[in-house]
Design a protein around this ligand. Structure first.
Ligand code: 1HN
Length: 348
């Protein structure tokens, strides 16, 4: 051992009991030249998952579970209930006749309906009926419960900012006194008030940072994408892609998560792009292929309707579809934008 090495080792050892660590040993990893996410790309095929959802339905009731959900964990983050460093994803099942009891928490949630029709979710006193492809939000600290008064099981994707709120140590939660909330407004009231490029003339309740619309029906988003596919130029990277907005601000429906719906026309063979916000995808209709290029190599995911996949931060994604498809996705982009650190690169 050289003198210097010995000197340093002794320094590290002697100061360690005082919880001191030399920066120069970790500086490179702390400020990498570009994002080096510990997350890996991953695909969850619905065909493979569905039997386990079914078995979960036999193993526990929605009420006992509170929320009967199979968490989609990033293979590189097992045990952390995280699909990216900042986001959570899970598939929730509710069977006919079941109720998932009312509660609220500071974590924001989104629901994206994957299979089945007729369950409802209630948010702050208003119910909305679920249909495949609908996008529903549960803003931070709003009471919410779910129920299924229809004849078939309903499965949806839950997207939450759980790891982010955990990072900030800012999580609070409460159970409601009643299992289901009392309905305070007729179904469709929020959409009638804010879902048509119009708003009430006076007496807006304070919505804060979240959208006054809490259900964005698939029928509407699908129609918009169809119109644009037929009548407007198709983007070489995205196909036809729209973002969901808070109509009161033009920003994302909730402050921590952005959501998107896109259509890849039949024969689409897209260019690659990358962004700092890792994203979770839910395949709505059709089939296609995602090519993801990252520091640990390249993967190819052949996806079908109801499959889910995750693209980590700063890994290049290229999408293709022979027969055409529709994709829903969400990411933590609004937080990157609020912090001024969002970066996107479209590769040639
Ligand atoms: C939650 O409240 C729901 O309300 C779903 O359906 C998933 C995961 C962690 C914490 C709360 C729901 C959740 C959750």
């Amino acid at each position: 051992m050289t003198n210097t090495t010995a000197l340093r080792q002794q320094l590290y050892q002697d100061m360690s009991p005082l919880n001191l660590t030399p920066l120069w040993a970790v500086l490179h990893a702390l400020v990498p030249p570009q994002p080096a996410s510990p997350c890996v790309p991953a695909l969850w095929e619905y065909e493979q998952i569905k039997p386990f959802l079914k078995r979960a339905g036999e193993a526990i009731s929605a009420e006992e579970a509170v929320r009967r959900v199979l968490i989609l964990e990033n293979p590189a983050l097992r045990g952390q209930s995280a699909i990216t460093q900042s986001l959570y994803a899970g598939l929730q099942l509710i069977l006919p006749g079941e109720v998932a009891p009312s509660h609220r928490h500071t974590q924001s949630a989104l629901r994206f309906i994957v299979e089945g029709t007729g369950a409802y979710t209630a948010v702050a006193g208003e119910r909305t009926t679920m249909h495949p492809g609908d996008f529903i939000i549960t803003p931070s600290w709003t009471w919410h419960d779910h129920g299924n008064e229809a004849a078939e099981p309903v499965v949806w994707l839950d997207g939450l900012d759980i790891p982010m709120i955990r990072f900030f140590d800012a999580g609070f939660a409460q159970n409601d006194t009643a299992k289901s909330q009392t309905v305070a407004r007729a179904e469709g009231s929020s959409f009638a008030r804010y879902g048509h490029n119009m708003a009430p003339v006076r007496g807006d309740p304070p919505f804060g940072a979240t959208s006054p619309i809490f259900s964005y029906p698939y029928e509407r988003s699908r129609e918009a994408l169809h119109q644009l596919e037929c009548n407007a130029p198709v983007d070489a990277w995205d196909g036809v892609k729209l973002r969901y907005i808070n109509p009161a601000t033009g920003g994302s429906p909730m402050p921590t998560m952005a959501t998107f719906m896109q259509r890849l026309p039949a024969g689409f063979d897209g260019k690659a792009w990358r962004q700092t916000d890792g994203a979770v995808y839910s395949v709505v209709e059709g089939a296609g292929t995602a090519y993801i290029d990252g520091p640990t190599g390249s993967v190819r995911f052949d996806f079908e309707a109801r499959d889910h996949f995750v693209v980590p931060s700063w890994q290049a994604l290229r999408l293709a579809s022979t027969g055409g498809c529709v994709l829903f996705s969400y990411s933590d982009r609004p937080v990157h934008q609020a912090l001024g650190i969002h970066k996107e690169e479209r590769l040639p």
